[in-house]
Design a protein around this ligand. Structure first.
Ligand code: GDP
Ligand code: ZN
Length: 308
């Protein structure tokens, strides 16, 4: 029996097998892969199972190779990582200009993470009803589009609470895809999830699951199927994936606009900070790299320094 893990409680897994939910667990020997993980199985994993004799449950025997995954450092065990989700088609960051404000620096950290995990990312601006037509709002939105779209990140605008129908373009982007959703607390993740996943389609009939108040009981991800096809993977309680083990001279690889010029600096190990003959700094001066992105690059580079 083959299925996809949609929920994990640590010892039991809910696995979707052709529209049926099967409760499964690990038992006896289970072949781990090379990753040092605190949790062997993640939401999004495809697994092979055997039914338990005389019971409605199943035993997981193996994981099918993961196409990709998102992990972060375990807070408890050094040198171990926690796998958050796997087999993702894309990652969506929900952002807002106010209530709360999402900084470009936060967006850039998210994009560096998704680039390093090789997962396409998109930015979804929520609460458009609040600032979509104010001068300040228009200016902010213009900048957001100007910075991120040329880099290949789509920017889509919604009002999760106010839209009668969510924009077609947005719905099309989600269709038949496995999408991870992330964002600051308060940006409207729960509101959007409630819109996208009608009651009937929810694996758990717990409305409170999507409430922003006092939920942070779990850091396990959960997969919700979309009625039109595809699914959304929510990561409750996870603010940031963090930027894992990125080497100093690797960081610029995760900035698409810098990636284009790599190997063109005078020094092969150029950090693009103050080295002579730096192509990245030249392109910054020529206006081909946005100053806000370059600032984020420096901030991440220096933060990483302090971790060494
Ligand atoms: P979460 O913490 O990301 O899950 O955020 P919630 O979904 O709980 O939303 C936080 C607050 O923002 C709630 O008071 C929502 O009613 C409000 N909210 C969500 N979406 C919108 C929107 O499109 N427009 C406005 N004005 N408020 C929204
Ligand atoms: Zn350089």
């Amino acid at each position: 029996m083959k299925g996809r893990v949609i929920k994990s409680t640590g010892s039991w897994y809910t696995v979707m097998v052709e529209n049926q939910h099967v409760q499964a667990r690990l038992k006896g020997k289970f072949k781990q892969d090379d990753l040092k993980l605190t949790n062997p199985i993640a939401v999004g994993d495809w697994v092979e199972m055997e039914e338990e004799l005389g019971q409605a449950t199943a035993v997981i025997r193996s994981i099918l190779p993961r196409e990709n995954y998102i992990i972060r450092k375990s807070t408890r065990k050094q040198h171990f990582s926690h796998i958050i989700a796997s087999n993702l088609d894309q990652a969506m960051l929900l952002v807002t200009m106010e209530q709360p404000r999402t900084s470009f620096g936060f967006i850039d950290r998210f994009l560096v993470s998704t680039e390093s995990f090789r997962i396409p990312a998109l930015l979804v601006v929520n609460k458009m009803d609040l600032y979509g037509s104010t001068e300040k709002g228009k200016k902010w939105l213009k900048e957001l589009h100007e910075i991120y779209e040329p880099l290949g990140y789509q920017v889509i605008e919604i009002s999760a609470e106010e839209d009668r129908d969510l924009p077609q373009k947005f719905q099309d982007l989600l269709k038949d895809k496995s999408t991870l959703i992330s964002g600051h607390s308060g940006v409207g993740k729960s509101t959007l999830l409630n819109r996208l996943v009608p009651q009937a389609a929810q694996p758990t009939k717990q409305v409170s699951k999507f409430s922003s108040k006092g939920v942070h009981t779990t850091t396990f991800a959960e997969l919700f199927e979309l009625p039109a096809g595809g699914d959304i993977i929510d990561t409750p309680g996870i603010k940031e994936f963090g930027i894992l083990d990125i080497e100093e001279n690797e960081l610029s690889h995760y900035f698409p606009e810098m990636r284009a010029y790599l190997g063109q600096c005078k020094f092969h190990n150029c950090r693009h900070v103050n080295e002579p003959g730096c192509m990245v700094m030249q392109k910054l001066e020529e206006g081909l790299i946005h100053p806000s992105r370059y600032t984020s690059y420096l901030n991440i580079l220096h933060e990483e320094d302090t971790h060494r």
